[in-house]
Write a protein that binds this ligand. Structure first.
Ligand code: ATP
Ligand code: MG
Length: 234
């Protein structure tokens, strides 16, 4: 693999006495789309929260562009260029679409993303920019959540289950935006419950099972059987 932008080595994570990740290792190459799959409770969100600084870890367990970031706070991680589209979107309900997007840009990192570019990516958001974010459909809210993350001009964009609860046609339209996003030089990690979707958009896939990596490989080469075993442990 070319020089990884994100390198995770021996990552543990705990919620109180409960251990959710066990010595997890994973590399993500610059410019690729990496997929993370796994059953409910496997630890996907915990992994995203660890990389984002929402869960603090050993500094050396997570490196971004070679720099240890495992011990940094979420705001420090964001300032380095990592953005998370969180599970459940977590939009500000009292704010309009545009206000939610502007908040994402407050860090002020330079880069290609701004309101006009975002509205070109998701034209429906331009039409609905003054509407309260929570008045939108689920798919449109997901576009706002992705847009808010892009507004920080990240180098690494992590998306946690962006298709959850959305209709297939909506999922398709959201994923159609991905090449235009990654084309800007970004690296992306998608957490997906839809395995076929995960494999089709990514170059590498990592499967988690009970807090451990159960499979890691090139998305084009993993077999259905290997995935079933890694996913369900059968
Ligand atoms: N705040 C928390 N406190 C205690 N345990 C938690 C907490 N959040 C998650 N867990 C536990 O940690 C484990 C991993 O959860 P996590 O949310 O990372 O899984 P996930 O793969 O994202 O699952 P899902 O597909 O349901 O989103 C699970 O056993 C879960 O019950
Ligand atoms: Mg989750």
């Amino acid at each position: 693999m070319p020089e990884p932008i994100l390198s995770i080595e021996g990552l543990d994570a705990h919620y109180g006495d409960f251990q959710a990740l066990y010595g997890l290792s994973m590399q993500v190459a610059r410019g690729e789309v990496a997929a993370v799959i796994g059953a409910n409770g496997a630890g996907k969100t915990t992994l995203m929260r660890s990389v984002s600084g929402l869960i603090r870890n050993q500094p050396q367990a997570i490196r971004f562009r070679g720099q240890p970031i495992g011990g940094l706070r979420a705001d420090q991680v964001a300032a380095l260029g990592i953005a998370l589209v969180p599970e459940g979107r977590l939009l500000f309900p009292s704010l309009s679409v545009e206000e939610n997007l502007i908040i994402g840009g407050q860090m002020g990192r330079p880069g290609p993303w701004n309101l006009p570019r975002l509205y070109d990516l998701f034209p429906i958001l331009r039409e609905r920019r003054h509407v309260p974010a929570t008045a939108l459909s689920g798919g449109q809210q997901q576009m706002v959540a992705i847009g808010r993350a892009l507004m920080s001009n990240p180098d690494l964009l992590m998306m946690d289950e962006i298709s959850l609860g959305l209709a297939p046609v909506v999922i398709k339209s959201i994923y159609e935006a991905l090449p235009g996003i990654v084309g800007e030089g970004l690296t992306a990690i998608v957490v997906e419950q839809d395995i076929a979707k995960a494999l089709s958009v990514s170059s590498r896939v990592t499967c988690l099972q009970e807090g451990r990596v159960s499979l890691s490989g090139a998305s084009a080469q993993v077999t259905r059987d290997a995935i079933s075993r890694a996913y369900f442990g059968v």
